[in-house]
Design a protein around this ligand. Structure first.
Ligand code: FUB
Length: 361
């Protein structure tokens, strides 16, 4: 059974604040630990949802988030504390509308190849089928990307017996272009293991951070066209290269601009906007290209650092307006217990994006 949950956002006031048992919830912490007022309020107040990937299917908003849990694991640089094991979908009729939290859509127990770490997912739709793309570690502890299908946008989803061949690392995001062709973006350094694939083959000895070559091009997120059945890569992964103002690849030492994790692609005005997280500098940055593969020119920041270590989100259009779905740790003040939020996003006349500050003062 689905239930309504609290929902309220800066600029998009909510209809109801309710908890899982249907009762009225108390207001979330009004201010951050250092006294700042939050721009937006959590979409859900009695469960933790992060990494919100938002899509509009059939005129309704569906959010595919990570479902954060407290496994009592201390924070480390590999993200061991993010010990999630299942997915639930959120839906709403409009930004600021009541949020429905749907039942478990997929549990890693139902995925034959997976062992742990149900990290940030995404979804796509084609020809009557919904596809859930999700990362998880396999039985050997290597991050892989899986795909599961359903006739409903909220699941339950049935996983394919094997991970997507040729895909690796984490944070899958699927973009479908106007011609109907879909592309899979993925990758994340440090705990996301992308650095271990730098040669194209998995190297467990490649370390737990990045290439450690600050004056060399940074590791890129990856992109590949999906096969017509949406379940395989139609080609090998390519680098989604981010260029600086001189047209040179952003360097590994440029932590304010280099790719870390959290790929998201959207298209506006014929341009391809590649959003990503800069990880240890905590920005959601964006770079613009002329096609889905890039290269993408670094353009700026979409979101300044939120409360909590990670930042990860999605951008979507609904009835002529644009929105950013993101997360922070307002309800827990713990890095691994995050709350999804939503706020409006504004483009400048030249196509650049007005940077969002997650606090009002
Ligand atoms: O939710 C676990 C991980 O934290 C995600 O996969 C990353 O993008 C970061 O948000």
């Amino acid at each position: 059974m689905a239930f309504l949950a609290g929902c309220s956002s800066g600029g998009v006031p909510n209809d109801t604040i309710a908890n899982a048992s249907g009762g009225t919830d108390s207001p979330a912490a009004a201010r951050s630990p250092d006294g700042k007022q939050y721009l937006a309020q959590p979409l859900v107040k009695d469960l933790f949802f992060a990494d919100p990937s938002a899509h509009v299917f059939d005129g309704k908003i569906y959010i595919y988030p990570s479902h954060d849990v407290d496994a009592g694991i201390p924070d480390d640089d590999l993200g061991s504390q993010y010990a999630m094991h299942d997915y639930q979908v959120l839906s709403m009729d409009r930004p600021g509308g009541a949020v429905t939290v749907h039942p478990v859509a997929l549990d890693l127990k139902q995925v034959p190849w997976a062992s742990e770490k149900a990290w940030a997912p995404d979804a796509a739709y084609k020809n009557g089928t919904y596809y859930l793309y999700f990362p998880a570690k396999d039985k050997q502890g290597v991050f892989r990307i899986g795909v599961a299908t359903s006739a409903s946008p909220v699941g339950p989803f049935k996983a394919e017996p094997q991970p997507i061949q040729g895909a690796y690392s984490m944070d899958p995001a699927v973009f479908t272009d106007e011609d109907g062709q879909s592309y899979l973006y993925l990758g994340g350094i440090w705990g996301g293991q992308l650095q271990r694939w730098a040669t194209g083959k998995y190297d467990p000895n490649a370390g737990d951070t990045d290439l450690k070559k600050d004056d060399q091009p940074a590791l890129s997120g990856k992109v590949a066209r999906l096969s017509p059945d949406m379940k395989q890569l139609a080609e090998p992964l390519r680098d989604a290269v981010i260029l600086d103002e001189k047209g040179k690849p952003v360097l590994g030492g440029d932590h304010d601009r280099r790719f870390f994790e959290g790929s998201w692609m959207f298209k506006r005005g014929g341009k391809y906007y590649y959003m990503y997280s800069t990880g240890d500098t905590h920005f959601l940055a964006y770079a613009i290209g002329d096609n889905p593969y890039g290269p993408f020119k670094y353009t700026g920041r979409i979101l300044e650092p939120v409360q909590g270590w990670t930042s990860h989100g999605s951008v979507f259009a609904f009835k002529g307006k644009w929105y950013l779905a993101y997360h922070d740790t307002q309800l827990s003040n713990k890095n691994h217990l995050r709350s999804a939020k939503m706020t409006e996003l504004t483009f400048n006349p030249d196509g650049t994006i007005q940077t969002i500050k997650p606090f009002k003062d």
